[in-house]
Structures are given as C-alpha cells and as structure tokens.
Design a protein around this ligand. Structure first.
Ligand code: TXA
Ligand code: MG
Length: 337
C-alpha cells in the first residue's frame, strides 16, 4: 500500500486534546477503569478498531449510540474473554460450539439465543432475544476485556454509516471530542469487520462475510451454509435472521463508487487490484493478494476520498475466499450513491 496523501497529518493539534490517543501497552489498565466507570474507549482488534463500553450498562451503551450517531435499533456485538464467558451470555448449540472452538479467538461473531444468565443490556441487544458474541484475538483487546471483567460492547469506532477504522488516526478523525480515549495499537491485521454467523436453531446463516470465509465455516460444519449473505439493497425475507446493520447503506465514502471498473474515466481516481490498470491512483495489492487487499481497503477508501474526486473507480476483485467479504464491503460503499 502507498502511504496516505495528507490524510493522517491533516488533523490540527487542538483536536488531539479532547480525546486522548495513547499507546495501548501502557494505558490498558487505565482504559479498563474508564470502561468500568461507564466511559468510552476505542481499542484495536484484529479486524477493525472497536468503540468499547460496558455491555452490561444500558447507560454506558447509550453513550456509544450517541457518539456514533447510530440508530438504536441496530444491536451491538458483545466482546468476551473466552468461550466460557460467551456461554454465560448465550446458548450454544452443537453448530455454534463447533464454530467457536474452531475460530475463537478470532474474527468470527456468533449470534445465538440469549442465556438466562445473560448480562448484556437490552439496549446493546436492541431488545432482541439473541446476542452477538465475539472473542477477539488481538492481545490489547483481550487484555482490556480481561481487566474490565465484563462483556464489552463494541461497534466499529466510526461515525454511523462511515468507513470502519483500521488506524487510531481514523478513529480520531471521526470521534475526536466524543470519546474518552483511543488505545493506539497500530494497524489492524485483517482490516474488515468480523464474519457474522447466526446459530438460532434453524441452521447456520452467514449474516456478514469476513476473514473466516464461507468455505472455512462449511468445512467445520461438514455441510453448506443455509443462505447467501444478504446483498446490501435486498430486503431480507422475514423468516431469515438478519444483521440489522447490514440492511443500511454503510461504509460510505463521500465520493460515488464505481465497481468492476476496467477502463479509466477522466477525473476519477482509480483503486486497482493486481496491477491491472497502468497509472492507477492506488493498488490494494499489486501482487493480487486478497489478505493484503482486505487489510488496506478501508484506509485506501479514506485516502482516495480525501483527494476530492467525485468518483472512485475500483478494479474487479475476485470473489473467492476473502474476496466475498471485500466485494460485500465495496457493494455497500457503492450503494445509494
Ligand atoms: O469486527 C467486528 O465485528 C467489529 C470489531 C470492533 O469487533 N465490530 C463491528 O461491530 O463490526 P458493528 O456494530 O459495526 O457491526 C455489528 C453487526 C451489525 O450489523 C449488527 O446489526 C449485527 O452485528 N448484530 C449485532 N447483534 C445482532 C443480533 N442479535 N442479531 C443479528 N445481527 C446482530
Ligand atoms: Mg460498523
């Protein structure tokens, strides 16, 4: 990936004073104390930066919705330390258990029925009878959850509908002055939000594609998933579980996004993959590596958006493996523009 064009350095110094950006390793204890006191802390995970609050406190969770400008009907993922903690919050059938054992800690969220002992607040669950649970693998996230000693609700740490953050600077650009602290842990490895699977008794449904791919899930289950991931613009049939947040226009840059671009148009900036277009503005992975492309996608969209062009053209990205998740995010970035 090329470096940012004026984006990271463009923040005036006065904006840094309101929200503290601190090194993760030295401030994780203080961050956990802020969470325990009902405050908001952005922290790195292996997928994207999360905006954390005490999931058991409706008051703390309400601050997340306020800071992000997020519709309160959109439920949050509760981040927990391990499978045992997850099983206190949700009811795990055989499929959910197999997936948790195969992919936790890691970039997979499981939506399961709430357990009787569930401590996640109604507001975090948006009043649903299910709860979304994830055990992240990032060392800072794990330590923060352990020290907080309770589930941490954390959506991506961006203004609602904006591009998810993969750097502390992205979080600051969106949420400065709205949250207490940002734990800076460098760039996120995966770069796309977690895969979401619903295990609610009617089979396993893929609600959001991610780094744990369809093929990886089907291999663990020993059978095919129940349905295709929802295309962004389609209305989900009511009998099927949905991730409410997936039905909205999301990941939206200011510029219009033109997908599957195989030619250049004057005035457009061009986001390439696999060095297919001479003179492209940026290339997600000149050597055509989907993991590298996923890790740099959201940064690239922010960088290109900052250049001020009306349209971002994007080269075709293959659909196999991580390509499904990348294409899903790109289609959502292009939707409604
Ligand atoms: O990688 C990630 O998952 C990041 C990091 C911070 O962990 N978090 C994240 O959260 O992407 P968020 O809030 O941006 O996306 C959570 C998605 C939303 O689309 C929401 O609708 C869905 O999870 N969701 C949460 N609870 C649900 C439930 N009970 N049933 C169906 N979907 C649910
Ligand atoms: Mg989000």
């Amino acid at each position: 990936m090329q470096t940012a064009t004026g984006f990271d350095g463009a923040l005036p110094i006065t904006r840094v004073i309101a929200t503290r950006v601190v090194t993760a390793a030295e401030h994780v204890v203080e961050a956990a104390n802020i969470l325990r006191a009902g405050g908001l802390v952005a922290f790195p995970t292996e997928t994207v930066y999360g905006l954390g609050a005490d999931a058991t406190s409706g008051l703390a969770v309400a601050q997340i919705f306020a800071a992000k400008g997020r519709p309160t009907f959109n439920p949050l993922i509760a981040h927990v330390a391990d499978l045992a903690a997850a099983q206190r919050e949700g009811a795990f059938g055989a499929d959910a258990l197999a997936l948790a054992q195969a992919f936790w800690p890691g970039p997979l969220t499981l939506v399961v029925p709430v357990a009787a002992s569930c401590s996640v607040s109604d507001l975090a669950r948006a009043g649903l009878a299910s709860v979304a649970l994830r055990v992240p693998s990032h060392a800072v996230a794990r330590e923060l959850i352990r020290l907080a000693g309770r589930p941490i609700a954390a959506p991506s740490a961006n203004i609602s509908g904006h591009i998810s953050p993969t750097l502390a600077a992205h979080v600051l650009a969106d949420l400065d002055g709205r949250i207490d602290m940002i734990l800076d842990g460098g760039a996120c490895d995966v770069g796309l939000e977690s895969t979401i699977c619903a295990c609610l008794g009617g089979g396993v449904h893929l609600l959001r594609a991610g780094a744990v791919t369809r093929a990886m899930i089907e291999q663990v289950l020993g059978r095919k998933l129940e349905m295709q991931a929802q295309a962004p613009s389609t209305q989900a049939p009511s009998a099927q579980p949905v991730a409410p947040g997936q039905l909205l226009s999301h990941y939206a840059p200011r510029a219009r996004v033109r997908l599957e671009a195989t030619h250049r148009v004057e005035g457009e900036v061009f986001l390439d993959f696999g060095a297919s277009m001479p003179g492209a503005t940026l290339d997600l992975s000149p050597r055509g590596d989907l993991s590298e492309a996923a890790a740099g996608l959201f940064s690239a969209l922010r960088q290109l958006d900052a250049l001020g062009s009306a349209t971002i053209a994007v080269a075709p990205i293959p659909y196999h493996g991580l390509g499904e998740a990348i294409n899903e995010r790109l289609q959502r970035a292009a939707a409604g523009r």
